[in-house]
Design a protein around this ligand. Structure first.
Ligand code: GLU
Length: 567
């Protein structure tokens, strides 16, 4: 392996779905590797056995692949098109930390042998007491090796099988390191302690595993979120103690919501909690029935009572579904389900901290680009230090713009794929009308979920003839006003509808305009009453498309209902 080889990595812990912050980290690592001609590797940090799952790992791999963030090395995944991602061409795997125990044990042993680490025997209760004592004395608790520590005795106790952790002897001095985004970062000696490198159960801690693996895998650049900044002095000290190379460090800006709060998975719990509380207050029995077996009553009470608590992803998802809650998207899957295109999400995520520093012809900052542009242009110099704002309106505008620019066939195929995954019933019901539907609804859709949204621009197509509401204002304006009024025009046009063959957009348009001409009225005088009768409101796609989409039988039924109910 050459010294100069650039290797970046994304190292998720498989404890839940991939959220957008993690996706941004993965994206920047991918883009840096691409722009520098290096390799991007994926490592699964599953040393926390209780919280890790294979299901979460699979979800993360699939989400990354969907986004097009393709890794060169790591766990293998076969894509729908038959290509395969991952693999181990340099022989640095396995890529699951749970399979790399021997390397961690060897590193811990090397530290123990050189008196750079030591066994410590305090129980949880004893540590709590030390913490309490520190609090009472108004100082921060930091574990440091006692002055009278007896190394021989401690090693003998550990060798004898006594339960212990292994702690690293953190150098007793301030530590600094260079960060490519933040500049020089400085930690005082008082902020550092002898942290644990091997837990009681024999597993390494995150700190040890990450340092050993980054070295073994030849990682040259560590890009990660700023929540890891406090970990870096520990990692630097371990690298020095073990004689490892120092990777380039860069900590990415924190992502904030529009309201200034830090974006986190908790936001979903927060929104769900207040919706559930509202529901309980208005109709407790109904809500409890709806929640049913999504969440067991005990966990629900605990979660409701503790503002900081979080439900596991699967339970929160079940709750969201049972109550049809509209929760803020946080996970990549939320945006996929929400009908966002992967390249749009990637474009948007790239702007969370990075900017190309180029202008459009109209003088505005360049914001819209393809993944290939990012892969070519990405550099750490253009990553800001300031917080990044997750502007949902901007994301939606990007998506809408992109959808509108697609040709009809492309939109239809994307929408079709989305329906297969998320709305198989709605998509399937359209049959031969699907093409027409996609073309008519495309310009009115912000997302691929909009066409089938019950409140969306295509809802009139799926509505039950007898059930959709009529917009009162539209009824007054277009059906009841004038002489003859819209209802009378409708009644007269009904016959034309019944006899029209074929019942297609152009024949419908032609019939309506002939009707208007024969009666000496403007086209709007028949088009608007028809729209209200058939969709409930006066805003819809073109008249011919609208009626053709609803279909002759349904149009007749809706006209009859309208004549009955709106008279
Ligand atoms: N496994 C860590 C996490 O999921 C990331 C470790 C790192 O990037 O150093 O937060």
């Amino acid at each position: 392996m050459s010294e100069a080889q650039v290797v970046t990595r994304f190292a998720p812990s498989p404890t839940g779905h991939l959220h957008v912050g993690g996706a941004r980290t993965a994206l920047f690592n991918w883009a840096l590797a691409r722009s520098l001609g290096g390799r991007f590797l994926l490592r699964i940090e599953d040393t926390d056995q209780a919280r890790s799952s294979e299901e979460a790992t699979r979800g993360i791999l699939e989400d990354l692949a969907w986004l097009g963030i393709e890794w060169d090395e790591g766990p293998t995944l076969t894509l729908p098109d038959g290509r395969s991602l991952g693999g181990d061409p340099r022989g640095v795997g396995p890529f699951f930390q749970s399979e790399r125990r021997a390397g961690y044990d060897a590193a811990v042993q090397a530290l123990l042998d050189r008196d750079l680490a030591y066994p410590a025997f305090e129980t949880g209760d004893e540590l709590d007491a030390l913490r309490r004592e520190a609090r009472e004395q108004k100082r921060n608790f930091r574990y440091r090796r006692p002055a009278d520590f007896d190394r021989e005795a401690a090693l003998a106790r550990a060798a004898g099988g006594e339960e212990h952790v292994v702690r690293f002897r953190m150098p007793e001095r301030a530590l600094r390191f260079a960060d490519q985004i933040l500049g020089e970062v400085h930690f005082e000696e008082e902020q550092l302690d002898d942290f644990v490198v091997r837990k009681r159960d024999g597993f390494p801690t995150y700190h040890l595993a990450v340092v050993v693996d980054d070295e073994a895998m030849g990682v040259s650049h560590v890009l990660r979120g700023q929540e890891h900044l406090n970990n870096t002095p520990r990692h630097r000290a371990l690298q020095e103690a073990l004689g490892y190379r120092e990777p380039v460090y860069a900590h990415l800006p924190v992502i904030f919501n529009a309201d200034g709060s830090k974006m986190s998975k908790r936001d979903k719990d927060k929104a769900a909690r207040s919706a559930v509380k509202e529901g309980l207050a208005s109709d407790e029995a109904r809500l409890r029935a709806q929640v049913g077996d999504a969440v067991d009553p005990g966990s629900l009470e605990r979660w409701l009572g503790d503002k900081k608590s979080q439900l596991p992803d699967s339970q929160l998802g079940a709750l969201q579904e049972a109550l049809a809650l509209d929760l803020p998207g946080i996970e990549v899957e939320d945006f996929r389900r929400g009908g966002y295109l992967p390249e749009v999400l990637v474009n948007f995520l790239a702007l969370l901290g990075w900017s190309p520093g180029e202008k459009e012809d109209d003088g505005r900052d360049k914001e819209r680009f393809e993944p290939a542009y990012l892969a070519e242009r990405f550099h750490l110099e253009r990553v800001g230090r300031g917080n990044a704002r997750f502007d949902r309106k901007k994301l939606l505008a990007f998506n809408q713009e992109t959808l509108a620019a697609l040709d009809d066939a492309h939109f239809l195929s994307l929408w079709d794929a989305w329906c297969t995954r998320y709305a198989p019933k709605a998509g399937g019901r359209l049959g031969a009308r699907a093409e027409l539907f996609a073309a008519a609804i495309k310009p009115r859709s912000g997302t691929l979920a909009d066409p089938t949204d019950p409140a969306g621009p295509g809802a009139f197509v799926f509505a039950a003839n007898e059930a959709f509401p009529f917009d009162e204002k539209a009824v007054a304006k277009f059906l009841r006003k004038g002489e003859p009024n819209g209802l009378e025009q409708l009644a007269a046009f009904r016959e034309t509808v019944a006899g029209l063959d074929p019942f297609a957009p152009d024949t419908i348009e032609a019939a309506a305009s002939a009707f208007a001409e024969a009666r000496g009225i403007g086209m709007g005088k028949i088009a608007q009453p028809l729209r209200v009768a058939v969709t409930g409101s006066s805003a819809s796609p073109g008249l011919g498309e609208t009626l053709a989409l609803v279909g002759r039988e349904a149009v007749l039924a809706r006209i009859d209902r309208c004549l009955r109910e709106c008279a």
